[in-house]
Design a protein around this ligand. Structure first.
Ligand code: SF4
Ligand code: FE
Length: 481
């Protein structure tokens, strides 16, 4: 068994990093009140993997080492593994109600595993063996690995080589026998600071002449030359105040980092693509496909908590039996389970790649994520409808605790007998947090743009839609040549 305890994980990330927040350099980031909840979330992953009740779902047997490993470091060996992944992400969403950050490197590894194999077959390179060695280390140490794809992209009407800023896309600036030096940035990097390592990938399909942008590698997140700038999130400074209940989800949170690579050296054995433009698009698509599958689990788990909180808000108002309230809860559940169905469906129809690992069905993974760009918005709208306007007009926890006005607030926040006004306060702030506060980043905006913006899925849906076959069905029935 190579499973880290939550405490071991916490100790292992206490390392010097080059991190900025609010324009200041941050030391001991693990004690920072804005950052701490995001670490608690990752600790939950390590905690549940230790729990015998969840071992089946949270752990797997490595096909590389034969050891029991955390499922977040597993290379899928069957459709069953793909289904367990979606179930695991739903479970974690239910336990944290936010983005738990560890899926990006997981998805990157599963995409790279097959792409490196196919690159080697075509070009006689040795990327696959390098990657297997790298990933065996990750499994053996139960490391958290981030995954980086999105470049700043500069002027979107121009290709990488046409950019006025030559570093708008991350690229190789030096290439030698020992390794490469890279320069550029990767933005909105989920959990990068909380990760031990990260896998970096290109952001788009590249063309001849753009070889230096076709680069993928593994890197330690505290490597020399890496600068991290902590992303702000709505209402994040509430975490600096002394009123935890005003935060909403005061235990857990996500994390997004703006990462700059200021001439970072990567040794050859950690380079997994260097110039193979033919495979850059494939790597992007496979990674995006895996991450679009992920959303059919993680967002559903968060949705479960939001639906539960909304049902509690209805109870606190005494309207839980009103038919329209029940109908809205049914609609929320219907939408949420539709997302889950997509996650399970694309996993069930998974298939083995030449390398032997299993991949989800690409069309259904894209349909899954396209629905995720819509349904959480409707679920959040219905939650706000049932919860009422208090979620954004309620005074601070400090007022609730005040000797002068606290009793008055308690009096007027009380609703049904035996229900505590403080609990009502918690529920309403929690719904605010998920629909428009810090957690709305993971539940709403990330549902829109994470794993690719909606148009990216529409392109893939078109590509995978087999229109020719569909036209033939119609022609055959109608005897058209
Ligand atoms: Fe994992 Fe979901 Fe966060 Fe992506 S958005 S890292 S799939 S929890
Ligand atoms: Fe995400």
């Amino acid at each position: 068994m190579v499973l880290k305890t939550p405490e071991e994980y916490l100790e292992s990330i206490k390392r010097p990093v080059n991190l900025y927040l609010f324009g200041e350099k941050i030391q001991d980031f693990w004690n920072h009140p804005i950052i701490k909840p995001s670490i608690n979330t990752v600790k939950k992953i390590y905690e549940l993997a230790q729990d015998p009740n969840y071992q089946e779902i949270m752990t797997a047997r490595s096909h590389l080492t034969g050891e029991i490993i955390n499922r977040f470091t597993h290379i899928h060996q069957s459709t069953e593994d793909l289904i367990k992944k979606v179930n695991m992400l739903r479970l974690l969403g239910q336990h944290t109600a936010c983005c738990f950050q560890r899926c990006v490197g997981f998805d990157a590894a599963n995409a790279l595993y097959s792409v490196t194999f196919e690159m080697d077959k075509k070009f006689g390179t040795d990327y696959h063996e390098r990657f297997k060695k790298y990933w065996s280390e990750v499994q053996a140490q139960d490391l958290m690995v981030g995954g980086a794809m999105t470049d700043p992209k500069g002027d979107r009407s121009k290709r990488p080589i046409e950019q006025p800023n030559p570093d708008a896309y991350l690229h190789v600036v030096e290439d030698s026998e020992d390794g490469i030096v890279v320069r550029g940035a990767k933005i909105h990097q989920t959990g990068f600071l909380n990760s031990h390592r990260a896998i970096i990938m290109p952001t788009l399909a590249l063309r001849p002449g753009e070889e230096k942008y076709a680069v993928s590698f593994g890197v330690d997140t505290n490597e020399k030359g890496i600068i991290m700038i902590y992303g702000r999130q709505s209402c994040d400074t509430r975490k600096l105040e002394k009123n935890p209940l005003d935060i909403g989800n005061y235990k857990y949170g996500g994390q997004e980092i703006f990462v700059i690579f200021d001439d970072v050296f990567v040794p050859k054995e950690h380079v997994f693509m260097n110039g193979e433009i033919e495979f850059s698009g494939e790597l992007v698509n496979r990674f995006a496909g895996f991450h679009r599958q992920s959303y059919g689990g993680c967002k559903v788990g968060v949705g479960d908590v939001l639906i539960g909180a909304t049902a509690l808000a209805a109870e606190f108002n005494g309207v839980q039996n009103a038919s329209h309230v029940r109908d809205k809860l049914i609609e929320m559940t219907h939408l949420n389970e539709t997302l889950f169905s997509c996650g399970i469906a694309c996993s069930s129809l998974g298939f083995p790649r030449q390398a032997g690992n299993y991949e989800m069905n690409m069309l259904l993974a894209n349909v899954c994520k396209q629905n995720v760009t819509r349904f959480p918005y409707e679920i959040a709208r219905l939650a706000e409808d049932i919860a009422g306007g208090l979620i954004c007009t309620m005074p601070s926890e400090a007022d609730l605790r005040s000797n002068e006005i606290g009793p008055l607030l308690e009096k007027y926040l009380s609703t049904c007998e035996n229900l505590s006004p403080e609990d009502r306060y918690k529920i309403l702030r929690f719904i605010e947090n998920l629909t428009m506060g810090v957690a709305s980043v993971s539940y709403r905006t990330e549902s829109m743009h994470g794993a690719g913006s909606p148009q990216a899925q529409r392109i893939m849906i078109y590509r995978e839609s087999k229109l020719g076959e569909k036209k033939q069905f119609a022609k055959d029935i109608l005897d058209i040549d």
